[in-house]
Design a protein around this ligand. Structure first.
Ligand code: UDX
Length: 483
């Protein structure tokens, strides 16, 4: 405990992420950046996630070296044994609103977090603004999604007004959406966030995402894990509604740049893992033995659940493409798949992969993407995965599963030209063909565009870069409002 008078202590910032892997990863990176700048941080995890982080990582060691850092926990509102994956994502959002929200308020009011100068909450929990207003603490909203997805969600009322939502059946899926400013020429109905596919605008998921996203202009500022060179035109649109929008990403790369300045001490050496699953590092040894850029890394993130039919199509496509691959098969990524249970995969598939493939339950993804043997990424287009691929300069085949991923994959293929979009198709011949295009036929074109975007991403988090300067500005603003 410090003996300093409370007003002489550095400001204390309370960080409150949505309790999902991608959101926790990016907010922990932000927490580390704020701590490195000398701010005191309280990180509010769900009980469920905190137990897993402690079990599978040395998360306490990563943060105990920062003065004033503390973890606190709160329920995510779901029963202990309840599944927490893409199928229960909206259920969790409702539970956070009905169960966690009043508890969060009570914890703040009763001083369980101590003195808090400012809150940075995941903007998908837009209601945190009401709580912060009630207790008189300034609040910033952080979004772990892309600027393009934030803007599309923000524009839902205009799309409803224009009759573009609900989508008028399957035949309208390729119709261009005209009422999202900045995306008029390339955004199709099928690229909208997945909950926009509902035939009814009163659908609770659609209403919740729209309502929460529309809260952000009430926050003191919006913080986004992106960079100006990637999403500049859409950011200009967002700033018409949220004038103070700090772009400080890619956060995982930003964390590395700033840590590199602390070369002398334990900070640099501490692990950066914030995995909610046990990381299997054996794949790194396997990658070491593979030729340069020969491997396709396959991962569908932390929430996606594939049907058995989809799984089989991917298997055949990957095997028939004859590419080397490293595949992350998360334990809860197929329905009803429990540890030790057979998935009944055809023998010829399993045999066909022994030479060329390697599988793990969870990989050290940032390191995998940076490995010289990796030449392509078959991804679900989660925003963290997309940014990690961009920084590593790895081209992508996108198979978006839900929510923001539908938009991200459209931007990857049509706007940034960093890969191919397989949206809404899951067919072995298409998987094979796209992997072949990515790794062979169109390789040169993708290598060129991904190398350039990787360069820009690194520039943004280097001294003088846009994200680097924006983070300095954000920290200065936090200090100012805390005086
Ligand atoms: C989804 C989203 O699409 C995301 O944009 C949203 O904010 C939250 O929900 P998720 O499925 O978790 O997220 O995807 P993603 O955002 O890509 O995050 C996954 C994270 O897990 C990445 O940081 C990735 O590096 C990590 N990961 C994934 C591993 O460390 N190992 C693995 O084997 C797979």
């Amino acid at each position: 405990m410090s003996n300093m008078e409370p007003h002489l202590l550095p400001p204390r910032v309370l960080l409150f992420p949505l309790p999902c892997q991608g959101n926790v990863n990016s907010m922990l990176n932000l927490a580390q950046l704020l701590s490195l700048a000398g701010l005191h941080v309280t990180f509010l995890n769900s009980d469920h996630n905190h137990d897993r982080l402690v079990r599978y990582t040395d998360i306490q060691a990563r943060f105990t070296c920062y003065p004033g850092f503390q973890f606190k926990t709160i329920t995510d509102g779901l029963p202990v044994e309840h599944p927490r994956n893409g199928e229960s994502f909206m259920e969790m959002c409702y539970a956070l609103n009905s169960v966690t929200r009043p508890l969060f308020r009570d914890m703040l009011v009763s001083g369980q977090f101590g003195l808090v100068n400012c809150i940075i909450a995941d903007g998908i929990m837009g209601y945190t603004i009401d709580v912060a207003d009630e207790v008189g603490i300034p609040i910033f909203h952080f979004r772990s999604i892309s600027a393009c997805c934030f803007w599309a969600c923000f524009s839902i009322p205009q799309m409803i007004e224009a009759g573009e939502i609900p989508i008028k059946g399957n035949e309208a899926m390729d119709v261009l959406i005209r009422s999202v400013p900045g995306m008029e020429t390339f955004l199709r109905s099928r690229d909208l966030p997945s909950f926009c596919r509902s035939s009814d605008v009163s659908n609770p998921s659609l209403q919740l995402i729209m309502t929460e996203t529309r809260q952000s202009p009430r926050a003191r500022a919006l913080i986004l894990n992106t960079f100006e060179d990637l999403e500049g035109p859409i950011l200009s649109q967002i700033r018409t509604q949220c004038p103070t929008t700090y772009t400080i990403g890619p956060l995982h790369a930003h964390r590395k740049t700033r840590l590199a300045k602390h070369a002398t001490n334990t900070l640099q050496r501490s692990s950066n893992s914030s995995s909610l699953w046990e990381v299997d590092r054996s794949c790194m040894t396997w990658l070491d033995q593979q030729p340069l850029q020969s491997v396709v890394y396959i991962s569908f993130g932390s929430l996606a659940v594939l049907t058995r039919d989809q799984l089989i199509e991917f298997w055949y496509g990957v095997v028939n493409s004859k590419k080397n691959f490293l595949w992350v098969r998360r334990l809860d990524s197929t329905p009803g798949n429990k540890e030790g249970e057979s998935e009944d995969i055809p023998v010829e598939l399993v045999e066909g992969t022994k030479e060329r493939g390697y599988m793990v339950g969870w990989a050290p993804q940032e390191e995998v993407l940076a490995h010289k043997a990796v030449g392509g990424f078959l991804t679900h287009s989660g925003w963290n995965s997309t940014l990690e691929s961009i920084v590593a300069g790895v081209p992508m085949v996108c198979w978006p599963y839900f929510f923001d991923q539908q938009l991200n994959s459209r931007f990857v293929s049509e706007v940034w030209k960093l890969g191919l979009d397989m949206k809404d198709l899951c067919d072995r011949t298409i998987v094979e063909q796209m992997l072949n295009d990515l790794m062979v036929e169109r390789r040169q074109e993708f290598v060129k565009s991904t190398a350039e975007m990787a360069r820009l991403s690194r520039k943004s988090v280097s001294e003088g870069g846009s994200s680097y300067s924006n983070l300095d500005r954000l920290i200065k603003d936090i200090r100012l409002i805390s005086m």
